[in-house]
Structures are given as C-alpha cells and as structure tokens.
Write a protein that binds this ligand. Structure first.
Ligand code: ATP
Length: 234
C-alpha cells in the first residue's frame, strides 16, 4: 500500500513553474531515491510534500489523506519528517538540545529517542553538550537526521544529505539508512550522487526540468537509461 503518493503535482515560485505533474509513490517500509541534476526540482518535490511550499491541495496524499492544504506542523504531526538541505541546526544550542527540539509533538511514540539516536551515531553522545557551531559538517548532518528521527516519523524525507561531505563521512551517514528502515520508517532520499542512490534505494525516480523522466528498481535501470533521464537524450 502507498504510504505517500503525489498525483500530478505541480509547484510554482511566483510565475515560475518548477514541477509539472509529478507522480511518485512510496510504499510502507520502502526506501525511494530521487535523483537528478541541479535545478531538476528534487528539493521542490520534498518541500511540496512537507508543506513548506503550498500547492494543489489534492496532489499529495499521505496514508490515504490529502495533506496539501495542511500547515507543515500538522503534516509533521501525522508522521512526515524532513531533513532539510543545509541542515539548519540552531547554532547556539547544544547537540542534545537540537535533538530534543525534534521530539516536539511526537515524542515517545516509537523506537527513536536520545538513546537510540546516540546508538545510531555514537559520536553525538560524546559531543552532546557541544554547540551546533562546534561540529564538523558530517556531525551536523547526523544531528539533522537525528532531530528528524526524534519525531518518530512514518516517513523521513532527506534532502541531499551527502552534500559537501567527504566520502568517508558520506559512508557513515548512509550506513544509517538501512537501520532507519529496519526501525520501520519509509525513506525518501534526494541525491545527486547516482551511485549512492542506487546502493541505498529499493526504487529510484529520476527528475529533469520538473518532470519524472525515469523510474524503476536499481537492478532494472541501465546506466544509459539513467544517463538520458538525468541529462536528456542527446
Ligand atoms: P538542487 O540540487 O540545486 O537543490 P533541485 O533538483 O533540488 O536542485 P530545486 O531546488 O527544486 O531543484 O529547483 C527547481 C527549480 O526551481 C530550479 O529552476 C530553481 O532555480 C527553482 N527554484 C528553487 N527554489 C526557488 C525559489 N525559492 N524561488 C524561485 N525559484 C526557485
């Protein structure tokens, strides 16, 4: 059963149309990757789902219910959490305070709490009293993921979690994804790194210029088809 679905989703920034009829589905327990070049519309898709960007009220359906007209706080309370591009931590607050902020509204409703997040990312336990500003980029990304998990989401939307990080750090961050999945959440990762997306996802959508150009399982998508869907056929 689809936990999340978009049907003909459009999105605009003023007069500029960024999405043109996007259909995606995410099943319960599924990890879906959205790949595509800069400006393809990947972040806009996540922002539309999470209610940061308003759109057609009927186009986003979560657990059978249209959510497009709901404020983002209400969408979050239903179990949709977002790890935004750029992490957006509260810089003067400690790691632990940043994590606790994420629990607002849905704490104690599932597997994720401070202890399980410190188990997922042990370095955060060591650094729990450090302010956000004192952390490396990778540690900040871990806090951003942990903060989203603290709400015990049914679906976790991750926007470019590897952006600007060293390969070794990216490996650590991505190692968390299967564990988050095991704990029961569906996951959407927006990713420019195609190899990374194919390794982690059950299913992949490719976007170009505000449209889905390809979808399938990693095993069925050829390199050529992905190349064409990502950059456009020559
Ligand atoms: P990136 O990897 O750069 O984040 P993306 O695939 O996530 O790329 P979006 O950020 O969703 O792409 O952008 C889709 C289109 O919408 C682009 O043409 C972009 O310039 C435009 N856009 C994004 N945010 C805004 C905004 N706040 N105002 C106006 N146009 C925007």
């Amino acid at each position: 059963m689809a936990l999340l679905e978009t049907r003909g989703l459009t999105a605009f920034y003023g007069d500029f149309q960024a999405l043109f009829g996007v259909d995606v589905t995410v099943a319960v327990g599924e990890t879906v990757a959205i790949i595509g070049a800069n400006g393809a519309g990947k972040s806009t898709l996540l922002r539309s789902i999470s209610g940061v960007l308003r759109n057609d009220p009927e186009a986003c359906i979560f657990d059978g219910q249209p959510i497009g007209a709901l404020p983002s706080s209400r969408i979050m309370a239903l179990g949709v959490a977002m790890v935004p591009e750029g992490r957006r931590l509260f810089p003067s607050l400690s790691v632990e305070e940043n994590l606790l902020i994420g629990a607002y509204g849905r704490a104690g409703q599932g597997y994720w709490n401070l202890d399980s997040i410190y188990e997922l990312f042990p370095i955060l336990r060591e650094r729990r009293r450090s302010p956000g500003t004192a952390l490396s980029g990778g540690q900040q990304q871990m806090v951003a993921i942990g903060r989203a998990l603290m709400s015990n989401p049914r679906i976790l939307l991750c926007d470019e979690i590897s952006l600007g990080l060293a390969p070794i750090v990216i490996k650590d961050i991505y190692a968390a994804i299967p564990r988050i999945k095991e704990a029961g959440a569906s996951i959407v990762v927006v990713e420019q790194d195609v190899g990374q997306a194919l390794r982690v996802a059950d299913r992949v959508y490719c976007m170009m210029e505000g449209r889905i150009t390809l979808d399938g399982t990693p095993a069925t998508l050829s390199r050529d088809a992905i190349h064409d869907a990502y950059f456009g056929a020559a």
